[in-house]
Write a protein that binds this ligand. Structure first.
Ligand SMILES: *[C@@H]1O[C@H](CO)[C@@H](O)[C@H](O)[C@H]1NC(C)=O
Length: 183
């Protein structure tokens, strides 16, 4: 598992390096792989705006889930701020693991793609174009096997040199089929 993840990350890094040239002139228009799967930072380091809080909100449709259930995750500007890019992963809560958990589809139609795919099919999701977006709704589906409590980790790109990375949603707890918290 560790090996495959390393290879995944190495592959992403090479892709990011190759795309850097194109990125200089075309921006991040087609979305990550310029964003690393583990750090969730765009490759244009040093360009984020860490000194102001993110203007974007992450809302989850449920605070609890059962294995195999789906949850909608909504990203939008708290005061109507638009954004060009997004990158979302579910991660195990209270864990050092950087492996994405579960799968995503897009409910809205701003344009998205799956990435950081694991051997078991779990993956992350990002934008696929640089159009201005007011809102995106993503549907996360939990693994069929128990995955424990999770959080959604989000990077939002307002403009090429303005982004907020590793923003977290509220914790979403896993419950068993009788509704008891098991995470
Ligand atoms: C769910 O967890 C509770 C508390 O641990 C337990 O009493 C119950 O039997 C569990 N239900 C199932 C279906 O496993």
């Amino acid at each position: 598992m560790t090996v495959s993840r390393r290879m995944n990350n190495a592959g992403m890094l090479i892709a990011a390096m190759l795309l850097l040239y194109a990125g200089e002139s075309r921006g991040y228009g087609t979305g990550p792989p310029e964003i690393a799967c583990s750090s969730m930072r765009p490759s244009h380091y040093g360009a984020s705006d860490p000194f102001t809080p993110s203007p974007y909100t992450i809302t989850v449709s449920k605070q609890k889930y059962k294995a195999g259930e789906s949850i909608d995750v909504t990203l939008k500007g708290a005061n109507g701020e638009k954004f060009k890019g997004f990158f979302v992963q579910a991660r195990k809560h209270n864990s050092q693991s950087v492996i994405p958990v579960g799968t995503f589809t897009e409910v809205t139609s701003v344009g998205s793609k799956n990435l950081c795919r694991q051997r078991n099919g779990d993956h992350a999701i990002s934008h696929s174009n640089s159009n201005q977006k007011s809102e995106v709704v993503l549907r996360w589906t939990a693994p069929a096997k128990s995955a424990g409590d999770i959080v959604f980790r989000v990077t939002v790109v307002m403009a090429y040199d303005t982004f907020w990375d590793n923003q977290e949603s509220a914790v979403v707890k896993e419950v068993n089929s009788s509704g008891a918290v098991i995470g």
